[in-house]
Ligand binder design. Structure first.
Ligand SMILES: [Zn+2]
Length: 106
């Protein structure tokens, strides 16, 4: 097993994990369940680590993360059609009401 990526935002880490999975690389998140009860991920700087299962995938995984996670161009923010709240472009659902953006906003 090898450590491949660290981020304090579980959403970013899981998207990295998903991208690796799409490329056939198995990985898992460490420290995910060690956050103190009552705290919210991303607020108290609990750094989470992404590890890959197979060491031989490390080079490929590092390249994928660099290209597809680190260098992602910022997306435009979008307005939720359900509650009219503005959302950061990196959000997949509305932070307020958890609605997905409508098709023409993606
Ligand atoms: Zn909303």
């Amino acid at each position: 097993m090898k450590h491949i990526y660290t981020h304090d935002n579980i959403v970013v880490l899981h998207s990295a994990k998903n991208i690796l999975a799409l490329n056939g690389i198995e990985s898992f998140v460490k420290n995910e369940h060690t956050t103190p009860i009552g705290s919210v991920h991303g607020i108290n700087n609990t750094f989470l680590e992404l590890w890959i299962l197979n060491d031989e995938d490390h080079e490929k995984a590092a390249a994928i993360i660099e290209n597809e996670v680190e260098n992602q161009s910022p997306k435009d923010s979008w307005i939720c059609s359900a509650c009219n709240e503005e959302n950061d472009g990196s959000f997949e659902v509305c932070w307020k009401c958890q609605s997905a953006p409508s098709a023409n906003q993606v």
